[in-house]
Write a protein that binds this ligand. Structure first.
Ligand code: RIB
Length: 312
């Protein structure tokens, strides 16, 4: 009899997208047309990126999601498999295109992204039920909001490890109470935090600076919030504790998937038993290292590459 598959340390319920990337001098404003560089097709999607990030750091990772029955789906599955991610629960949806992201990357490394979810929008509670063993046995269940909220809620119900939710993209509607109640660690960026806080009846006036971030995070019904602050690092807010974790100084080439690298690394460290502040210290390093190479998944470092990229 064949050996049973090894249990994942990190289970990711999330999206896979083919990123169509064009470099531009500056991101166009509404009504503007700009000429850019050659089109590049790069594996991405927040779920797949975070799964690959944790796998490259050495974790056993499984992804629960969907791709379309097209060339993009074949490429996305192959890239995940080559990174060591278990794709037994990455299903193919017939007659539906794979998720696709249109990305403009500016000279300063900043980006603007439009996502067409395609097959990602077909991920449902039944997919999570089919992967119940993987979800229930993982030390960390890591999710984002590029798949339907029903799938996220189902994974939260099945999880027995630490539930980490990266609420990206920011939800248009308030998250259901049973979702937020089931999250152990919420990882928003400043924009996502402001949106979630708005849904919770808290107002974010002007920029969400580090001080405001602490106040807003404390107003959310979640045990711990790790707010990513871009070049300024992250703020870990857990009960009465608020700790600022600075990021290494880098000159970014492309910030696409830096947040995903952060989340994957946070999951990696939490799966290894780290406390939240130590996990965030590791995650800011991995996130910064991921800005030093172009593209989403190609930019995600192995454990050995993190120091060499940051020291270069
Ligand atoms: O976070 C970066 C990712 O967002 C890209 O890879 C794109 O696919 C979108 O999901």
């Amino acid at each position: 009899m064949a050996d049973p598959p090894e249990r994942p340390e990190v289970a990711v319920v999330g999206s896979a997208n083919l990123d169509l990337v064009v470099e531009v001098a500056t991101i166009p404003v509404p009504g503007e047309t700009v000429l850019g560089g050659d089109l590049r097709r790069i594996p991405g999607g927040k779920g797949a990126n975070q799964a690959v990030a944790a796998a490259r750091l050495g974790r056993r990772v499984a992804i629960i999601g969907r791709v379309g029955d097209d060339d993009s789906g074949t490429l996305l599955r192959r890239t995940l498999t080559s990174a060591g991610v278990d794709t037994a629960n990455l299903h193919t949806t017939g007659g539906t295109p794979s998720g696709t992201a249109l990305i403009a990357v500016a000279e300063d490394g900043d980006n603007a992204i439009v996502v067409s979810p395609g097959a990602n929008s077909r991920v449902g509670a039944a997919d999570v039920a089919e992967a119940a063993d993987a979800v229930a046995s993982a030390a960390v269940v890591l999710m984002q909001l590029e798949v339907p909220i029903e799938a996220v809620a189902a994974a939260i119900r099945s999880a027995s490890g630490t539930v980490v939710l990266n609420p990206a993209p920011a939800p248009a509607e308030p998250l259901p109470g049973d979702v937020l109640d089931g999250v152990d660690v919420l990882v928003p960026n400043q924009t996502e935090l402001a949106v979630l806080a708005g849904h919770a009846g808290l107002s974010a006036l002007g920029d969400v600076d580090a001080e405001t971030a602490v106040a807003l995070a404390r107003g959310l019904p979640v045990a711990s919030v790790v707010v990513t602050l871009g070049a300024a690092g992250a703020m870990v807010v857990s009960g009465a504790e608020a700790v600022h974790v600075p990021a290494p100084r880098v000159t970014p080439v492309d910030t696409t998937a830096a947040g995903d690298a952060f989340c994957g690394a946070l999951a990696d460290a939490l799966a290894d038993g780290s406390d939240l502040v130590s996990a965030a210290e590791w995650a800011v390093r991995v996130g910064a290292a991921a800005t030093l190479r172009p593209g989403a998944q190609p930019s995600l470092p192995t454990r050995a590459e993190v120091d060499s990229l940051l020291d270069a």
